[in-house]
Design a protein around this ligand. Structure first.
Ligand SMILES: Nc1ncnc2c1ncn2[C@@H]1O[C@H](COP(=O)(O)OP(=O)(O)OP(=O)(O)O)[C@@H](O)[C@H]1O
Length: 649
């Protein structure tokens, strides 16, 4: 897998643990608890102002102008003899209400725009971000003045102006999170299950940004209140006579010399409420960024797997094809080539990969890390990560070429006809949805089942793949599953629509040896039941030997050797296959010998050696190997295949 696709823990992720406990943690902090209680009191007072306030906020009493606190008027009176306490209470309605409305508008609009441009990427993103940068370079108040100058003054234009200013902050956050999240495995898994784009954006990715959005909202509520108060203070916001904290402060300013106390209640109300929002926002940020992500599935060293060998499949299928050979399976991959732009040249990460798969058989793809196994599987489902693209070749599935199919057609195949099990189940499940909700994703995408029926099916499947207490565990989050159980759940998810082809990318890498054997047995059993073709990607030759009918050995984006499992492993005809076999822990090293290694590394796709790509690491290389690319002939891409076959090396 590429590093960009790995599931590195992110500081701002709201994983399931946080989703279930951040409210608890917030309530355990005295400062947050105080802020929440005070804000609730403020909101309650605002809502029930007519019941709480001793006077009507507009009730004028000119005989009692500019009085200090008294029994009748606890916070005194203003320049028209109106009760200051009542006006502060009613003022909370306007100040808090306008702040809540403006921030809500900003959150909805800004988050939607940010998600969309982050998802679309390319020039949409570039143009939108230039506009956002330009708008953000204008100071907030100047921006608000401009909008008010255009639309006129009053509470509605003020609220709109603040909403536009803050929408920019949400666009940035949502776009940033989207750029990060769309690289994550669970997004690939949702796409591979056939979910439509809006559902992926709003159903899968949006819940993962709840953390940053909640923090931002808490802080922006305070700032919105401050800006609205400032605009009212300047006479641009709420009507000067209205009960609003900013307008009250403006009124108090005029009488500062004769009655200094008048500015204190509204000034304190603004300061206090802004502080409450800010402290709450800071605490939320601490909680949501400070919690450790639960450990992902255990990684255990690979070991020998004792499994019964599968029944041999139809010998005409599954074999990787020599260049130019004909097709014939349920899935035919032919000459598949993928390039990523690097500088002025393209880096060819796959180069002419060809193989066929027949119903009921397992074809193994093996090779070192970076040899192109995952890219092959992703390309079959049209999931090549951008900016990579298929530049040649085809992927024929039941007569359709998936390599040239549009998103609409691909979505109908993904999850239903061809499903994929991803490498690391913990990364492939969204941390904020329950296992039950995720296992039924392909069903929801392809079958019109009620939620109850889909849950029944999910429970059946989880039970079928060996998850104990399946129905109860539907409501668990991924982190509550062990690596082995998560892997089983991932298999259940892939099998919900009984696909004809299963792409299993390292389905057992994250598991210890015992669980590994159980999962492989299970896959084999389900395969037999469903007559499913499996493309098994692994770097573990023990797994291939135990489970595959045929195998393709990949090196540097090409299949370098292919054939029946036993032929390839008994009499390898490419030095790379030999080297891989010698380097496997299942060979002589198990008896105490030193484990041989393959010197050097897979060459980067942008700097491939001339001739045979393996020749710099090959102990059998001769001058001819360095001259021209070697085609795949009779199942081997080695000029000396015949000699190797004869030689006892
Ligand atoms: N997004 C990307 N941008 C550029 N190159 C990429 C990208 N994704 C993969 N590659 C390159 O494609 C090549 C094949 O990668 P791939 O993930 O298919 O290898 P792999 O054989 O599956 O390895 P592993 O066993 O580690 O998953 C590698 O050289 C990798 O660097």
């Amino acid at each position: 897998m590429t590093s960009s696709q790995s599931a590195a823990p992110q500081m701002t992720d709201l994983d399931a643990t946080r989703a279930s406990t951040w409210t608890d943690q917030l309530l355990r902090r005295p400062a947050s608890l105080f802020c929440l209680a005070a804000l609730a009191l403020l909101a309650g007072t605002a809502i029930f102002a007519p019941l709480v306030a001793p006077y009507h906020p507009e009730a004028v009493d000119t005989l009692r102008r500019l009085q200090g606190p008294s029994i009748d008027h606890w916070l005194g009176t203003d320049s028209l003899g109106r009760d200051v306490l009542s006006r502060v209470i009613y003022g909370a309605r306007v100040s808090l209400g306008a702040a809540v409305v403006s921030v809500t508008l900003a959150a909805v609009a800004g988050t939607s725009i940010g998600l969309l441009i982050g998802y679309l990427g390319g020039w949409w993103d570039s143009v939108a971000m230039r506009v956002v940068d330009a708008l953000q370079s204008i100071p907030a108040l100047v921006f608000a003045f401009a909008i008010i100058a255009l639309v006129g003054k009053g509470i509605v234009p003020t609220t709109l102006a603040v909403a536009v200013i803050f929408a920019i902050a949400y666009i940035r956050i949502a776009r940033g999170v989207m750029l990060r999240e769309r690289q994550r495995r669970y997004v690939d898994a949702a796409t591979a299950a056939g979910l439509p784009t809006p559902r992926i954006i709003f159903g899968e990715i949006l819940p993962n940004m709840v953390g940053p959005l909640v923090v931002e909202t808490a802080i922006l509520l305070g700032s919105a209140q401050l800006i609205i108060a400032m605009l009212s203070f300047l006479g641009l916001g709420v009507d000067a006579d209205a009960a609003d904290w900013g307008s009250m402060l403006n009124d108090a300013r005029i009488y500062q010399g004769v009655h200094p106390f008048l500015s204190i209640p509204s000034g304190l109300a603004i300061t206090f409420s802004v502080l409450l929002f800010n402290v709450l926002g800071d605490d939320l940020r601490d909680i949501l960024t400070g919690t450790q992500r639960p450990a992902a599935g255990r990684r255990a060293p690979q070991g020998a797997v004792a499994l019964s060998a599968p029944a041999a499949a139809d010998a005409s299928c599954g074999v990787a094809k020599d260049e130019g050979s004909q097709t014939g399976g349920i899935l035919d991959v032919s000459g598949l080539t993928i390039e990523f732009p690097v500088g002025n040249n393209g880096a060819r990460v796959l180069d002419g990969v060809s193989f066929s798969l027949c119903a009921g058989e397992t074809f193994g793809l093996v090779g070192e890390s970076g040899s192109g196994k995952s890219q092959t599987a992703l390309a079959i489902l049209g999931l090549t990560p951008k900016p990579g693209m298929v530049t040649a070749g085809s992927v024929h599935f039941e007569g359709r070429n998936l390599a040239t199919a549009g998103e609409h057609d691909l979505r109908r195949v993904r999850g239903k006809e061809i499903a994929m099990i991803f490498q690391d189940p913990m990364a492939a499940f969204s941390p904020v949805h329950t296992i039950g909700d995720q296992v039924i994703v392909p069903l929801q995408a392809h079958a019109k089942l009620s939620r109850a029926a889909a849950r029944d099916r999910a429970a059946d499947l989880l039970d079928r793949v060996g998850v104990p207490n399946a129905r109860r565990r539907l409501d668990d989050y991924p982190h509550q599953f062990s690596g082995g159980m998560a892997q089983r759940a991932m298999i259940a998810m892939a099998l919900t629509c009984e696909p004809k082809v299963l792409l299993a990318d390292e389905p057992t890498t994250a598991l210890d040896v015992t669980i590994q054997a159980q999962v492989l047995d299970l896959l084999h059993e389900l395969q037999q039941e469903m007559e499913m073709a499996i493309l098994l990607i692994t770097h573990d030759l023990g797994v291939v030997a135990a489970t595959c009918d045929r195998v393709g050995v990949m090196y540097s984006g090409q299949i370098v050797e292919t054939g029946n499992m036993s032929d390839v492993f008994d009499t390898p005809r490419h030095p790379y296959t030999r080297a891989l076999m010698e380097a496997t822990p299942h060979s002589s090293s198990a008896f105490g010998g030193r484990l041989p290694t393959i010197d050097g590394r897979v060459p980067p796709p942008w700097n491939l050696p001339q001739g045979c790509r393996f020749h710099p690491r090959c102990r059998f290389a001769i001058k001819a190997c360095t001259v021209a690319p070697v085609p795949l002939m009779d199942g081997s891409r080695c000029l000396r295949a015949g000699e190797l076959l004869m030689a006892e090396v």
